[in-house]
Design a protein around this ligand. Structure first.
Ligand SMILES: [Zn+2]
Length: 120
């Protein structure tokens, strides 16, 4: 719609520089998260000291968190690759452009809303 002014253009055209920034920030944040989780996992080691059940539970939870953080990092890196190749923002399945609003919320997504919902 209307005129585009520099400075605040969250318009339909993807600004690949700000997309990259968003992804890189997201990547850095997720990597920090992963470091933290890894630290917690390394600190562990005394399962035999009474509070075993809750610490085992916590450990397993951290393992699950680590897995999802690693998966997220991979998909962000894949999105950055796609940005390099110039097909960022296109759905991996149907090839249609992904709604920019969706990319704002999920910058590393590779599926449009329709395909994401169909995959559920
Ligand atoms: Zn699609």
């Amino acid at each position: 719609m209307g005129t585009q002014r520099s400075g605040d253009n969250k318009m339909t055209t993807l600004d690949s520089i700000s997309e990259r920034e968003t992804l890189e920030q997201e990547l850095a944040r997720t990597q920090e998260e992963l470091d933290l989780i890894n630290q917690k996992l390394e600190e562990k080691g005394d399962f035999g000291l009474g509070q075993g059940a809750s610490t085992v539970y916590e450990w397993e939870m951290n393992l699950a968190l680590r897995e999802s953080a690693e998966a997220k990092i991979k998909s962000i890196q894949a999105a950055l690759d796609r940005l390099d190749q110039g097909d960022y923002g296109l759905c991996e399945v149907c090839g249609q452009p992904i709604d920019p609003g969706r990319l704002e919320i999920l910058p590393h997504t590779t599926l449009c809303v329709r395909c994401a919902q169909a995959g559920r």
